[in-house]
Design a protein around this ligand. Sequence first.
Ligand SMILES: Cc1cc2nc3c(=O)[nH]c(=O)nc-3n(C[C@H](O)[C@H](O)[C@H](O)COP(=O)(O)O)c2cc1C
Length: 461
Amino acid sequence: MKMRSSKTLVFYPGPNKVTACNFLTRSVFECSPEMVGLLASWDKWASTTDIARAHGWSKSELKAVVPQLLDFSALVTAGSPLAEQEEQFSGQWSWGLPTALMHFCVQDSEYMTIEQAEERQIERAGHTPQPDLLLKNSAGAIQLPNALEDNELLSLMARRRTNRTAARPTITAKQLSDCLFAGLGIIGETANCVGALPLGMTPSGGARNPYEAYVVALGVDGLEPGVYHYSAADHDLGRISANHLPKISELVGGQEWADSMPCLILLCARLDRTMWKYEDANAYRVVLIEAGHIGQNIMLAATNHGLSACPTAALNHSAIKRLLGLDSLTDAPIYALTLSTPERDPSTRANPSISRPTMCSPASNAFPGYNQRQEQHVPNQSLRQSEIDSLQYISSMTNELVQMAEASRFPMISYLLGMAYAEAFDVLRGARPARHAQLSGNPLHPKAQAKDNRAAQPRRA
Ligand SMILES: Cc1cc2nc3c(=O)[nH]c(=O)nc-3n(C[C@H](O)[C@H](O)[C@H](O)COP(=O)(O)O)c2cc1C
């Protein structure tokens, strides 16, 4: 059996030992200087007998260490899947070892639970204060004009919030469509010395367009639950998997809140598109930066529809690649966003004293083990389903209106809407009785007499 040392090993020295890392397999192990010497000399396909003869190792010494070196993927067997993977790596990866080390070592990380992450933060805060999260100028700084006044675009941006609780189990196909188009839609073409280049809704380094989007649709009205590829070229969805439909949390590092989300957009880079033009490793950063542009456009389109898009970089890369059938070494899941109609957290309800939009994020933000604690929301048992639907719709809409009023600096309107939201929410969770008013004859509620009060139901596409 022929073997050689792995081509994807990196060594770094420490006191009395050398640590080795195979970045393709993410195997990290300690080596004695003799082992480093053995691996360095075993760089071509050779049997243990060849190595023993050429480098003065006894056969029994080799027999003792080879199984462990194979186990650590320090040695690779000819014809094995790992040998094939290394072959792919040397043929396809042109951004050098430091970038490869970074890229492959952060695949499939183990993510902490929110409790673990919080415990760590509390422990760290006990001995090391947090760095300032905002930098202020000293007195005498030049005050700039109010940015949010009379500015719809900036007000829309200010309304964008990450929300991890879905008020409704579905979103509409139109909402999904607009989010995808905002992020990845192709709206033109340009050309360079070697051919046509697509122009999209976001900038792309060298117009290389490295991203493809995939949708795990579990609750999109009019769309069979399934996994779809979004073709930016044709603005359509092609179904790619009819088999096992995973829970969303299985793809986003076990974040359980994601399982109530109607849909997940996965942004996967085809690194080869950018690599083809740019050999410089800085192009790797270019690709990552582009995910941010696309994600932000998706989030703004979502906000415009009254949705919240929650971004996440805590991915289960291998599971995603398997699900999507991506088998190239240079296909890389980078970023993902859930879409949902947000449910407002009552703790952030409008306060008449707040005249600026709140700039703060939810308190428990547990990087790297994102697993945001969920508000348990059990609808009031005494309500009919149609009433629950109506209240959920009202609460999510009043939530949107509160944010609009806050962003536009209408504190009193924001307060009154906040009260309406709070009441709807309290009735929903049974903290306040539902008063079924007699509305017959009220010209403001013409449908109130209808037997099955359909008019008050949430809209459906
Ligand atoms: C690159 C990136 C990764 C993120 N990853 C996660 C994540 O894994 N889980 C999560 O719940 N939120 C994640 N977030 C959302 C942040 O927690 C959120 O943006 C932050 O709390 C500020 O709130 P805001 O989005 O409402 O402004 C991520 C945001 C960014 C930009």
